[in-house]
Design a protein around this ligand. Structure first.
Ligand SMILES: [Zn+2]
Length: 130
């Protein structure tokens, strides 16, 4: 039973990531927020970037924490989260919201249940029209 439970959770997290990434790409109109170049819809070279790392579950499916970026621009910003990416987020969200996002990410007592994951999945599924 234990390994079954782990598998179910892993599947739910992967599905939440999948629908959330589509939502972010659609929200950003398949256009890179860094270089402003559009990508063809469905392009594998267009990615969903997380400002605060995905290991912080509290903000993993928060749209304020995610941006549509080219693979190339994603790589650049992945290694510049205290530089150019931070400046972008401050312009995009405002300093207060960025600080809030960081604070939420650091909430180590946060736990997300499988039922909450299912809610996230159904919410983003309806937002992307699945
Ligand atoms: Zn780009």
């Amino acid at each position: 039973m234990r390994s079954h439970a782990i598998t179910e959770r892993a599947i739910l997290i992967a599905e939440a990531d999948r629908v959330f990434a589509i939502f972010i790409k659609q929200r950003d109109k398949w256009t890179c927020v860094r270089c402003h170049k559009p990508s063809p819809i469905g392009s594998k070279l267009f990615t969903c970037s997380h400002f605060k790392n995905k290991r912080y579950l509290k903000v993993r499916w928060n749209p304020a924490n995610a941006d549509g970026l080219h693979k190339y621009c994603h790589t650049l910003w992945e290694y510049d989260k205290k530089g150019e990416y931070l400046l972008f987020k401050q312009r995009q969200l405002g300093n207060v919201a960025v600080e809030l996002l960081k604070k939420e990410a650091q909430n180590t007592s946060y736990h997300i249940t499988n039922d909450q994951l299912k809610l996230i999945i159904s919410r983003y599924k309806s937002l992307i029209g699945e």
